[in-house]
Design a protein around this ligand. Structure first.
Ligand SMILES: C[S@@+](CC[C@H](N)C(=O)[O-])C[C@H]1O[C@@H](n2cnc3c(N)ncnc32)[C@H](O)[C@@H]1O
Length: 210
């Protein structure tokens, strides 16, 4: 993935991160070895921090893979909170469950396997945070659903909104790039969300529900 930060500065940034608990460090190793696209520790710390800032108790995560970001949410919401893990892969979910147990957060996570958009549709409550990390072509549809699923003052956070810089291509043909462009435009034009984009790793959009 192309970085937006000078390589030396990026290396420094990651070197300055405090060590993670062993289970998260092991997941980072696994992700690197097996090419699993996790948010990584710099973005994960931002997620944790935002969750703390809004006093999040409920998080719905769309696209959880082996559960790396899920664990950060679970740590942030604490024992009284609840995080919904979603992924299309049963195999990912079983692996994630093992990590949740190891991290001591299994009780505060609901594991759901299936299409994250369909799973979200089944919920009519509003969450403190909705985290979007599904296939990029689905981002515009996720935007359409998000307004009804986040409480006022809550957050809609989306990863990969700069898509390795492809969003700045003059005439992108790739479906995923076009979907991200549409999604970013939806956020920009929305009166419902106040959005900032953090150019960290692959770009993170943080939208507050007005
Ligand atoms: C980028 S990875 C998630 C990484 C995770 N958020 C983390 O940072 O640790 C995306 C995951 O979402 C899954 N996925 C993509 N689209 C999905 C959908 N519509 N429903 C459920 N899972 C989906 C993929 O199979 C993959 O495991």
């Amino acid at each position: 993935m192309k970085s937006f930060i000078d390589a030396g500065v990026e290396e420094y940034l990651y070197a300055m991160l405090p060590p993670r608990p062993p289970v998260l460090a092991e997941m980072e190793r696994q992700a690197k070895e097996r090419d699993i696209p996790i948010v990584g520790p710099a973005v994960a710390r931002v997620l944790y921090q935002y969750a703390k800032l809004v006093g999040a108790q409920t998080v719905f995560e769309m696209g959880s893979a082996i559960g790396y970001s899920t664990i950060w949410w679970a740590l942030a919401v604490g024992e009284s909170g609840c995080v919904i893990y979603t992924d299309g892969s049963e195999k990912n979910a079983r692996e994630a469950e093992g990590y949740f147990r190891e991290a001591g957060v299994l009780e505060r996570i609901e594991i759901k396997v299936g299409d994250a958009l369909e799973l979200l549709e089944k919920h009519d409550e509003k969450f403190d945070i909705l985290f979007n990390d599904v296939d990029k072509r689905d981002y515009p549809r996720v935007f359409d659903m998000a307004g009804a699923r986040v409480r006022q003052g809550g957050l809609f956070i989306t990863d990969n909104v700069l898509w390795s810089g492809r969003v700045a291509e003059p005439d992108p043909k790739e479906e995923s790039t076009r979907a991200i462009l549409k999604f970013n435009q939806q956020l920009k034009e929305s009166k419902e969300w106040f959005t900032t984009v953090l150019p960290l790793r692959d770009g993170v959009a943080v939208a507050t529900k007005l």
